[in-house]
Design a protein around this ligand. Sequence first.
Ligand code: BGC
Length: 761
Amino acid sequence: MTVASVLGRCTASLLCTTILLACVNTTARAEASRASIDARVERLLSQMTVAEKIGQLAQVNADEGKMSDKLRAAVKAGMVGSVLNAVDVATVNELQRIAVQESRLGIPLLMGRDVIHGFKTVLPIPLGQAAAWNPELVEQGARMAALEAAASGVNWTFAPMIDVSRDPRWGRIAESFGEDPYLTSVLGVASIHGFQGDDLSRPDAIAACAKHFVGYGASEGGRDYGFVGIPEVELRNVYMPPFKAAVDAGVATFMTAFSDVNGVPASGNRFLMRTVLRDQWKFPGFVVSDWESILDMVVHGFAANSKEAAFEALSAGVDMEMASTTYRDHLAELLAEKRIDQATLDAAVRNVLRAKFRLGLFERTVTDPAAFPPVASAQNMALAKKLTTQSLVLLQNRNDVLPLTRASLHSLAVIGPMADDDYEQLGTWIYDGDPALSRTPLRAIREMVGPRVTIRHVRAMETTRSRTTTAFADAVAAASSSDAAVLFLGEESILSGEAHSRANIDLPGNQMDLVRAVKSAGKPVIVVILAGRPLTIEPILAAADAVVYAWHPGVMAGPAIADVLFGVESPSGKLPVTFPRVVGQLPLYYAHRNTGKPPLPGAFTHIDDIKVRTSQTGLKNKSWYLDAGYEPLYPFGYGLSYTSFAYSDIRVEPARARVGVPVTVRAVVKNVGKVEADEVTQLYVQDLVGSVTRPVRELKGFRRVHLRPGESREVSFQLSADDLAFYGRNMTRATEPGAFHAWVGGNSTAELRTDFELTAN
Ligand code: BGC
């Protein structure tokens, strides 16, 4: 709460006076601490040589996580500001000791690591976490990861990745919170709070890093590192909001993208870093490049050589260079030639030093793991299980085949390459994870049903990519002699993540044939998919009675999935990304613009049904694919439950208001089924006319509610002017007067609607 907001809300009451005083005190303390940090930065800066300044801007990779003589010497000489990938606590402590005790000025090191979805306790991949639509749990997960990482001496994570990701071919969609700017903003902020805690100087806080600024998720064709062509209005309205939210949440650092953004690589992009990030958003932290992304500007053809790359990057506002050494090799020369001035160099060094002071690194450089809670504790595993459970999305449940009933089950076939693979269930970026901690679905199902139920396990395929079918007969036999078959399919970890894009996002290998073969046994077929992205799974819907999407669920995959399969928990995850029918529909996302000729429901003719010599306009001139229609397989926000929810009584107050007056949308959600369950209620808004065209719908709020059978609850969402603001034709952000639709429901196709109008005065 700011002083201004208190003043704005309070009348003269004793409580307000007390709050106000507390606010003034907190603000005064924050200002004092800022002033004292600034003074310490200036004192230190005034003692530094040019070489030492350049040293602070260097981030060096620890070889194999250990310490080479070269690294030891560089740290001692004050030539290193940060080390990445050292996580052995003895090595980290020794590096810090050298920096603090043996370097001339004793400046401690930032110890960076990709702590992406847990550290030792591996949580679901971020895309899976997003499917839980639960910011509190995401924050708790990041807090847990921060504690585990800090116990190894890590004080900086390269997370969260808040690239809006609308193309599942892109392997890094796994690391994202999905396609929506609002959901990504909320979950990004939750992660930042989790990593950094309330006070960055506490030993259990680690600095977060908002990455990759900006537009990386829109890599052309879903190919990693690809060109990004995004009009400024789209950059500002879709790709930048999560980053702006991160700045407002106090994120300590930013990372640039590998991308060439509209012709200027992000690591040399003055518009992005100077105009937007510093001048307009007032970001006080520091910016790190991505891995060698400064040097990559030579390959992009944007800089003639590494010296020019260093010039472009520092001039654009990259404070620290990751992995490559263009700053170390050329900044002194650029300075001597007066192409870079002292003030530009000093500003970058200040940004880095300020972060070190904010983190309290000068006050503590020794990490004592014993001072931290144990890693992978029962408590951490329980949190992982909870997050995983809420991330599971039930996509299909024909004839209520799920949940399985323990009491009447005698035997179950558990089939597939992902059923009992402790490594593959963890997903991408698990440097510090330990597969030995993994609880697999097979093991958890066995524990769940006990010895009374016969479990017939057939892996059937060595990997998800296998082409051999020799073990399929065993799978069919297992299914035939069991009450039902559960298949664990999907993609292995290596098929998603950085540089792991796919042009075809079907189930790889012969998995589809495996489903069909098992189906021939005539028993109920349940498919659980573990994957790093949405896959084009339409072909399995005919063969499978039930489909559960589990993403890469992390260490507690098994217990979470078993709870859902056997109805201990009702599934409550919702898709954070649209599922296409075929890859050719991509990119496909719910918040698209309308065309002038949108699809006409009911008038679509599929390619197979087109009559010979149909006239040019006989199929209607509408925006659709003749061979794939215009709808996704599953819309954003979708997910089934073991119960049903009914939405009613939508209303908005006031229905007509001046721009600036908050508007509240309310609706009632009722559990009309037979089991208690969570529902993620969602609010979507359409701004009907804008100075630039607006999306057909935009998510503006969501709430997870728990309802017993028959119970109903009113959910309400307040929309401020800021919530409805966007960058319009003149590239300024404003809330434009006019008419709005608002829908409340369980996914992005919700039909329960109300309307309101904002007037200019
Ligand atoms: C990735 C970053 C990551 C960095 C350090 C790069 O290749 O793009 O997201 O933080 O490596 O490991």
